[in-house]
Design a protein around this ligand. Structure first.
Ligand code: DGP
Length: 116
């Protein structure tokens, strides 16, 4: 079974792809939460951060370096941005194919929702 993100990576379903290399693919989020909202995704199906292994060190590093490159490309590097990975239920993960959110283009507010 392949994830919705694998189908985007393989070109089976459309997405606004902004970057692709041999390890990762980046595309705009379908439901953007900020003027810039890009998902950076390993080409290989890794469900969550919990599933990363030592063998994934280069892909994990690539996610960050591509985020840095795209932030510059999108013109949000100097104002700043937020990088976020949700993991499992308490993290609010919806798609079980590891992805790094790049969010910016406005002040991103408190880091987490305040509860009281
Ligand atoms: P998360 O909650 O961290 O698993 O975030 C999943 C994100 O994926 C959510 O912001 C919406 C986005 N998303 C879900 N399905 C699609 C899709 O088919 N295309 C695109 N571009 N984004 C999607």
């Amino acid at each position: 079974m392949s994830t919705i993100f694998s189908k985007i990576i393989n070109g089976e379903i459309p997405a606004d792809i902004v970057y692709q290399d041999e390890l990762v693919t980046a595309f705009r989020d379908i439901n953007p939460q900020a003027p810039v909202h890009i998902l950076i995704v390993p080409n290989k199906e890794i469900p969550t951060v919990n599933d990363l292994t030592q063998a994934d060190e280069s892909v994990a590093g690539r996610l960050l370096l591509v985020a840095q490159k795209l932030a510059a490309q999108e013109g949000i590097a100097s104002d700043g941005y937020r990088l976020m990975i949700n993991c499992n239920r308490h993290g609010g993960q919806e798609v079980y194919h590891l992805h790094l959110h790049l969010l910016g283009g406005r002040p991103m507010g408190p880091m987490v929702q305040r509860t009281g």
